[in-house]
Design a protein around this ligand. Structure first.
Ligand SMILES: [Zn+2]
Length: 479
């Protein structure tokens, strides 16, 4: 018996070793042909840079988008493009903007989507005033220079170039600049897509933020376009533990604060599994393409059980990789309103932020959590529940955008990117639009850290690359 088991084990190991020689499949990208008569992108980028400076100087910290909308409206109208302003009812300062170029065919339209609001900036931490839009050589400093006025400017100039070229598009193109993205879009994208769905008739694809090109970030010396096709789901829970108060010198077996802590501890062990799906393995494969041996060998075989033993350690020690491969649970607050050091309080509250992988049903996940909560007498209130949203990677627009990016930067690699956070794309995916997130420029660690951080900045060369990739993507998509 023992002999049989040993030989079975031997065969199993041999099979595993054998499969090591076969790499999994990466992302298949359709090659794009050259476009003749391209404009002088250096000159276009200079023009865009000067408009970006003015755009950053309009303060739109979670509001006042009307001023930005009017600024963009003037540029679009000067170029002969009609504009529609959509104020949020009763709040005219929260205004969004839509502008369109017509197409000769029905359907298949593309929306360049962006947001005009920005987050706060702690001026004392910055090298230059956050709303000064100071240009030093090839770089403009300012809040929103990347997220997302910079990307909005790339999209705007790509659209203006299409208009100037006189090319008749097969599929219409929309420029959509929304209010209120940074505070969950109630006065912007959510309101507009839920109440004015008809405005987007004939549109199928959306280009938005959510992913970025990177220069030497994940792998030294690599150039990677992380093309976002999916966003994780959200489950926000408020927890409450109630029990009788008591004397600190004679604790009962269970009481409010202890129950809450024990529940939270068990919750942490509940979701530690690493899940490598087809698409995550395609992400790792592409990372392998960008890496050198031996990392390339490992990354291209992420679903192999032997390799997973090695890869798991790497994933678990990196918060970004962990977020891409597991359902994460963050304890974002604990409060027991302490009365005195020798008094056991009668209640403890906590909040958790749970992010779910595609394919996980929030209600089913919640039911499992409730089972554990019952054990510790914890009450759960759901503050927000939203499943992950996913767009296909074999769609014409994804393929065209990916193919154009690597045509403009041939040494770059495209990875399919699942983002842990959400953008306005999630609301549009729920309405059936296929949404893809990409800042089509190669940002460094320094530039990525500036997003919502200090010294946010963008280079003119980034604007140039972004405008070129978006402009050529629209040309290629309409061929
Ligand atoms: Zn943003």
């Amino acid at each position: 018996m023992k002999k049989i088991l040993l030989s079975l084990l031997g065969i199993f190991i041999l099979i595993l070793l054998f499969t090591l020689f076969f790499a999994e499949t990466g992302l298949k990208i359709q090659a794009q042909s050259e476009n003749p008569n391209l404009p002088d992108f250096n000159a276009v980028a200079e023009e865009a840079a000067s408009d970006l400076q003015k755009y950053i100087q309009i303060k739109t910290i979670r509001g006042n988008e009307i001023e930005s909308a009017n600024f963009l409206k003037a540029i679009l109208e000067k170029n002969g493009i009609q504009v529609k302003l959509i104020p949020y009812p009763g709040k005219p300062d929260r205004t969004s903007l839509l502008a369109e170029l017509p197409g000769t065919e029905e359907g298949g339209g593309v929306i360049f989507m962006n947001h005009m609001d920005v987050v706060e900036a702690e001026a004392a931490e910055w090298k230059y005033p956050p709303f000064g839009a100071i240009r030093i050589d090839d770089r403009i400093y300012g809040r929103g220079s990347v997220d997302m006025k910079g990307l909005g400017m790339m999209q705007l100039y790509a659209m203006l170039l299409i208009k100037k070229s006189g090319i008749k598009l097969k599929h219409k193109l929309m420029y959509a600049a929304f209010a209120d993205e940074e505070s969950r879009s109630m006065h912007g994208a959510q309101y507009i897509v839920n109440n004015h769905r008809d405005l987007f008739k004939g549109y199928e694809f959306i280009h938005n933020e959510g992913g970025s090109g990177t220069d030497g970030v994940a792998v030294k010396g690599s150039k990677i376009f992380n093309l976002q096709y999916a966003e994780k789901g959200i489950l926000w829970l408020e927890l409450e533990s109630k029990a009788e108060s008591g004397h600190g010198s004679t604790p009962p077996v269970s009481y409010a604060a202890k129950n809450m802590l024990e529940f939270l501890l068990e919750l942490q062990t509940f979701s530690k599994d690493t899940i490598i799906s087809d698409v995550t393995s395609a992400f790792f494969y592409q990372m392998g393409v960008a890496s050198s041996f031996p990392n390339s060998f490992v990354l291209k075989r992420s679903r192999n059980p032997l390799i997973q033993l090695i890869l798991n350690g790497v994933i678990k020690s990196n918060r970004h990789l962990r977020a891409m491969t597991s359902n994460t649970i963050s304890i974002t607050g604990i409060d027991s309103d302490p009365i005195g050091i020798n008094v056991i309080t009668n209640h403890t509250r906590a909040t958790v932020d749970i992010r779910l992988l595609p394919g996980v049903v929030p209600d089913e996940y919640l039911a499992k959590i409730k089972k554990i909560a019952d054990k510790y007498k914890i009450e759960i209130k759901v503050k927000h529940s939203e499943a992950a949203t996913v767009s296909p990677m074999d769609s014409k627009f994804f393929q065209t955008l990916a193919g154009t990016a690597v045509k403009v930067v041939p040494e770059a690699v495209v990875t399919p990117f699942l983002s842990p956070g959400t953008t306005d794309s999630s609301y549009f995916r729920m309405h059936g639009f296929k949404c893809y997130g990409l800042i089509p420029a190669l940002l460094t660690d320094y530039e990525l850290d500036g997003i919502h951080g200090k010294d946010e900045s963008i280079r003119i060369s980034h604007l140039k690359m972004g405008i070129q990739i978006l402009y050529e993507t629209i040309l290629n998509y309409n061929k």
